[in-house]
Write a protein that binds this ligand. Structure first.
Ligand SMILES: C[S@@+](CC[C@H](N)C(=O)[O-])C[C@H]1O[C@@H](n2cnc3c(N)ncnc32)[C@H](O)[C@@H]1O
Length: 375
């Protein structure tokens, strides 16, 4: 058997990654790079390629770092193409601060593989976590509604019409589309960015067989004046009359927080995905600082108003149309933490929501605010 050249060992790569990421993260990332290189770039070891071998955003975070020996073992029998990909990946990660997911090109989200490419925001574990929790809540509602809660004469409940505002890669819309009970929802994801909508559409095509509900994507600026915006939201056409829920992970980073972000984020992900911009912003990199919202909740306030404009507050669904509608949140928004809870709840109450709820993420941070309207 020919001897491997000496430079085909992981030790220098692990050392390089450790110097920039710390040992534990370096080992974890090298494990994912190796898994990717073996499954996607032709595996001399023989296992078949599957996009679903990647870890969900949540599990990724929880997994303990592998030992150096485990890592070294998984490099056995890598070919020369795989070694050169690996070296380039480590250089990109350490010298250009390229996020691991952009190098690998995908991120697991629920049971879906979501393709990622710069500058569209990489789906985060916090978002995956609340999407799954929300899907559980909606499914419980759907079960209750079709399980005896209906009067005998009533027809089956219609699908819920859900708007995913600021859809990015489409992860939330697609995640709900796969987690929700079959044909219980129609989900429309919208975003201002052409890169985002193009990626979301690719992700829809890639995951189509795993979806049990209709999902579609459109390009739309949610900060347009209400009349122009409402004219572009397809209420009354394919959606049978009305929107039932807005879900969103909007931009919510404050300008002060943005300055302190790592280059992995700042140099690669769209600033418009992170910091809420004033309406009509053409060039988000050159907005005078006094025009930026110091609280980071500008976009959430816009969404609370949009919820009212779309009739999500102030009128209740009849029981025949949507049984137990009051038990469903009408607006579900991700936030940056406890500092945004009070102003976001206030913004929802100002628009007529009469109950709000806050969900924490598994790190204990206030992560989601849900607005309800109960008669
Ligand atoms: C935080 S990212 C969320 C992406 C995705 N939902 C996720 O959770 O990974 C916010 C998204 O809002 C979009 N966005 C920013 N301003 C917008 C606007 N005025 N109208 C519509 N979308 C906007 C950005 O393009 C970006 O994709």
């Amino acid at each position: 058997m020919p001897r491997c050249p000496d430079n085909n060992t992981l030790t220098p790569l692990l050392r390089k990654l450790s110097a920039s990421l710390g040992e534990s993260q370096a080992k974890n990332e090298l494990r994912w790079l190796l898994q990717h290189v073996r499954t996607k770039l032709g595996d001399t070891g023989g296992s078949s390629a599957s996009p679903h071998q990647h870890q969900s955003a949540r599990l990724w975070r929880e997994q303990p770092a592998p030992s150096a020996l485990e890592i070294e073992r998984s490099s056995v029998r890598l070919g020369s193409v795989q070694w050169s990909w690996l070296r380039q990946a480590v250089a990109d990660r350490t010298e250009r601060h390229k996020p691991l997911q952009y190098i690998i090109g995908e991120q697991q989200f629920g049971n879906l593989s979501i393709g990622v490419r710069p500058p569209v925001l990489i789906p985060r574990w916090e978002t995956e976590e609340w999407m799954l929790r929300l899907a559980g809540l909606i499914n419980a509602h759907t079960d209750a509604a079709s399980d005896g809660a209906l009067p005998k004469s009533a027809t089956a409940p219609r699908p819920l019409n859900i708007l995913d505002a600021c859809t990015g890669s489409g992860c939330i819309a697609l995640g709900l589309g796969s987690e929700l009970a079959e044909n219980s929802a129609r989900i429309v994801g919208v975003d201002i960015s052409q890169d985002a909508v193009g990626l979301a559409q690719d992700n829809l095509a890639f995951n189509r067989t795993l979806l049990s509900n209709h999902v579609e994507f459109r390009m739309l600026d949610l900060q347009q004046p209400p009349d122009a915006l409402l004219a572009q939201l397809p209420v009354g056409e394919s959606l049978h009359g009305c929107w039932d829920m807005i879900v969103s992970n909007p931009p919510y980073v404050t300008p002060a927080e943005y300055c302190k972000l790592d280059p992995d984020v700042k140099d690669w992900e769209d600033i418009r995905a992170l910091v809420p911009m004033p309406p009509g912003t053409a060039d988000p990199h050159h907005v005078p600082s006094e025009k930026l919202d110091p609280t980071g909740i500008l976009f959430v306030v816009r969404l609370a108003k949009l919820a009212k404009e779309l009739g999500l507050v102030g009128s209740d669904r009849s029981d025949a149309e949507l049984p137990n509608a009051a038990t469903l949140p009408r607006l579900v928004v991700e936030i940056g933490g406890g500092h945004q809870v009070e102003p976001v709840c206030q913004a929802m109450h100002d628009q007529g929501f009469n109950m709000t709820e806050v969900w924490k993420d598994m790190a204990g941070t206030d992560r989601v605010v849900l607005g309800y309207f109960k008669k």
